[in-house]
Design a protein around this ligand. Sequence first.
Ligand code: ATR
Length: 277
Amino acid sequence: MDRYGVIGRPIRHSRSPDIHQHFALLTGQNLSYERIEGTADGFETEVVRFFAAGGLGLNVTLPFKERAFALAVQRSHRAQVARAANTLGMTPEGVLWADNTDGEGLVRDMTLNLGVNLKGSRVLILGAGGAARGIVQPLLKAGIVQLDIANRTVVRAQTLVRELESLSNEVSCRAFSWPEIPAHGYEVVINATSTAVAGDLPPLPAVLFDQRTLAYDLGYGKGLTTPFLKLAREAGAGQTEDGLGMLVEQAAESFYLWRGIRPPGAEVLYALRAACH
Ligand code: ATR
């Protein structure tokens, strides 16, 4: 049977096996998908061993995404911008390739599952770390006109923005520290900080959110909410969404890269949400 898996540490709570097995069922693909607990000293060896034993593809999760990127020989453009990979595969010639499907997953969740029209919209990302890097390249290509990045450590936002400016002529990019965040004008505000504690969020200007704002958290928790989404809802955001849809759609994009078949993400997301409640 064709063998796939996800490697991370810790890995036991990963939902990827359920998602991929559901994809396989819905698309009639005969494959196995396992959890692999990676080790700090042995990650590279474990990946090489998996492929040497006939494995066809691996998803990579925290804390190994940067090491997966470094290990691969062929790297997609979006993985290069992210400097991290969540998907590994092998070419027919035996060359290890790396891609990053997180940003594509986010854009597909927004446009396909949530029906958001990103064309012409202005987007603010909170955070400039690995999670933010992982999503910026596909966002730049989604037809948006403004991409601003705000970070506690403003120099990280400035560095990322400088890189983005060289990638796109059509999208205007700016960097801000927390207190400098412009008060309004964004159709989409994305939380890409690693903080899950409301008190750690910046004092976001309440007028940042109104009925037309989509507040999107890359994280997800039980019951469709996170501290950021709660804050956005209280401040008047018209739509608040967690990152479960992105999780499913990034998996769908990986599945597509490996199998050449696009699984129905929305159907699997619906089942996952039902199982969460
Ligand atoms: P990840 O891969 O989850 O993005 P990371 O690369 O360590 O992890 O980046 C974490 C992001 O969350 C950064 O933008 C970080 O801000 P700094 O660059 O200033 O560190 C942000 N972050 C983490 N904890 C935070 C906090 N308590 N308040 C504000 N921002 C925080």
